[in-house]
Write a new protein. Structure first.
Ligand code: AKG
Length: 257
């Protein structure tokens, strides 16, 4: 892991890992996403949530080998562990595509409405760019340092949809991965172009917190049988603590994640 990146992640709450996704995996993810949008139609995303202005897919760890290749990437897990500590797991894996012609704008939020607790940070997201993120097409905005505020944006900001003086636009190239402390105040911006803007969200949480999507219940037996040991561990398939904390609600709502 790069020390400067670790410093930025601590200070600002996010980093961008340039070109981390091999080109052929970007292509496989795009193809699989297109197939799933086609086959799931109006139900796409409904296992978790549908979002006006964007198309979503949920439970992606169960939806093909291209997604599973993104669950336990060693370099990314290193950064996640830096934020969450040694014991963490995948919380959910979803796709979000900001629709052309002004879709995709979101209010500022922290994922799952989470504030750090006595043990520190407990949510961390990764955004896998499957299209360039530009100033025009719905790049994510973020307010650096707000993950350290111990507050949610709604406690401080009257209009969560308006521009904030301290916000920055996190642009990047298809193939980059943004690692974001998910307590950071952030949100999607409108896609003002005529083309979709696709991203995969691999979202992680600390071991003692419930998964947003209880993977053990949602994955088909054949998917579970095909997991590598490291994928099985990160999905918390054999973790009794996870069964205790996640099994009550198979899917948890939570702001925009
Ligand atoms: O896909 C993106 O632009 C990030 C969206 C986001 O922050 C969210 O859905 O919580």
């Amino acid at each position: 892991m790069n020390r400067e990146y670790l410093k930025s992640l601590d200070r600002d709450g996010f980093i961008t890992l340039d070109g981390l996704i091999p080109t052929d995996l970007v292509e496989r993810l795009r193809c699989r996403i297109a197939e799933l949008f086609e086959s799931e139609g109006e139900n796409a995303g409904s296992e978790f949530k549908q979002e006006p202005g964007s198309r979503r897919l949920a439970n992606c760890a169960d939806k093909g080998e291209a997604f599973r290749a993104c669950v336990a990437h060693p370099e990314i897990l290193g950064y996640i562990g830096h934020v969450l500590g040694p014991r963490f797991k995948l919380s959910s894996m979803n796709v979000r595509s900001a629709n052309p012609h002004d879709g995709g704008g979101q209010p500022l939020h922290a994922d799952m409405g989470a504030v750090p607790d006595a043990d520190g940070y407990w949510v961390c997201n990764t955004i896998w760019l499957l299209d360039d993120f530009t100033a025009e097409n719905g790049a994510v905005r973020a307010i650096p340092g707000t993950h350290r505020s111990g507050k949610l944006p709604g406690e401080v900001i009257a209009d969560l949809s308006s521009a904030h003086p301290d916000e920055v636009l996190v642009t990047g190239r298809a193939g980059d991965v943004i690692v974001m402390n998910a307590h950071l105040w952030h949100g999607g911006t409108p896609n003002r172009t005529g083309r979709e803007r696709r991203a995969l969200h691999a979202f992680y949480c600390r071991a003692d917190k419930p998964q947003q999507q209880y993977q053990k219940k949602l994955l088909r037996p054949e998917t579970i049988a095909a997991l590598t040991p490291s994928e099985r561990a990160i999905l918390a398939i054999d973790d009794p603590l996870n069964d205790e904390v996640s099994s009550k609600d198979v899917v948890r709502s939570g702001f925009l994640k």
